[in-house]
Ligand binder design. Structure first.
Ligand code: BMA
Length: 339
């Protein structure tokens, strides 16, 4: 791992070019896409960006973002024994927006992330609530993905791409999120004693600038992955091009006890749109993971992602390979200083 916190030296470029093949950290499943609108038991426009978790009996549950033909989204659960096929999809929406009680949900609820919280014996679902003021972050707790206890908006607009850590850090709960303001769209962490009141906000990962793949706008993808070496964070970078946006995935590692401390960040993206179901759709050139499950070996990462805002796909990787890659390719970062 190299020490650096600003611009890469030419040595970095030579190293990248000598690397004949890009490391293939995530491998697409041959059955992709694993879920499409045609699978849905009711009329929808699109299904994408699913949260994921393993239920106690080993069943994979996806909480999918489903968009109707008004353009508004809701969440719908799909379960499968092997996490690849044989999906059982709720016959009706599992969680609808509730704008009468939660006005911030007026234009739909999107992009959920699930974290199982052992202390509470519940799943935390953190999602984007699309309000008149823009997207904000909302939280709901559930035991069964049938009934949900809503906490309402926990981060005001404009904010999204949020997930809860599975346990307290010290005494407080911790949430990663991505507020947008005059200083840009960077990744932040906030803390709460009770899940209702949030503070101690810190920027933890800054979008780079200029020609970088992750210039100007980044956001958390699935919830943090806890490893003995630290929290592995998969984040998306949004490159604005004259032909539209390109959503790709990068990797960073944060300190276990002090998760606002970035230990290391990769320079290159590790996964990006290549296949037809990622290149073409309602919004082309988008891969957007919101969830993962860990295999029985404790190392395999099953990453579930939206393809081109039009389907759900699966790619598989390894925690150890991600850590090894960060050791080889990653740079030690200084504190985020963009504000
Ligand atoms: C982001 C989110 C995602 C979506 C992506 C590409 O801002 O809204 O849900 O997949 O844009 O459209």
């Amino acid at each position: 791992m190299r020490k650096r916190n600003v611009t890469p030296a030419n040595g970095d470029l030579v190293r990248l070019m000598n690397n004949q093949h890009h490391d293939d950290l995530f491998r697409r499943h041959p059955r992709n896409p694993i879920l499409t609108p045609a699978d849905w038991p009711y009329a929808i426009n699109s299904v994408f960006n699913a949260a994921a978790t393993l239920l106690p009996d080993g069943t994979t549950l996806l909480l999918c973002r489903v968009e109707d033909r008004r353009g508004h989204s809701h969440l719908c659960a799909a379960t499968s024994d092997n996490g690849v096929d044989g999906w059982r999809i709720d016959p009706q929406p599992t969680m609808l927006p509730d704008p009468e009680n939660y006005p911030e949900e007026i234009w739909g609820i999107e992009d959920p992330r699930i974290t199982y919280v052992p202390e509470l014996e519940q799943y935390a679902v953190v999602y984007t609530a699309y309000s008149r003021g823009g997207p904000g972050v909302s939280l709901a707790m559930t035991k069964d993905f049938k009934t949900f206890q809503r906490y309402g908006a926990i981060m005001s607009p404009e904010d999204k791409d949020a997930a809860l850590f599975p346990h307290r850090i010290g005494e407080n709960w911790a949430l990663i999120h991505r507020p947008v303001g005059p200083i840009g769209a960077h990744i932040w962490i906030s803390y709460s004693p009770d899940l209702w009141h949030w503070g101690s906000h810190r920027m933890i990962l800054e979008a780079r600038r200029g020609a970088w793949w992750d210039a100007n706008k980044i956001g958390l993808s699935p919830p943090p992955i806890e490893t003995p070496r630290g929290w592995v964070i998969l984040y998306h970078g949004v490159r604005q091009t004259p032909a539209g946006c390109l959503y790709r995935l990068g990797l960073a590692l944060f300190d276990l006890q002090t998760p606002e401390r970035c230990l290391c960040r990769g320079d290159t993206w590790i996964f990006g749109p290549e296949e037809y179901y990622e290149r073409f759709g309602d919004v082309g050139n988008v891969i957007f993971p919101c969830g993962y499950t860990i295999g029985p070996d404790g190392d395999t990462v099953n990453l579930f992602y939206g393809g081109a805002d039009s389907c759900i796909a699966l790619a598989q990787g390894s925690i150890q390979e991600m850590l090894d890659w960060l050791d080889r390719q990653g740079s030690v970062m200084g504190p985020a200083d963009g504000w």
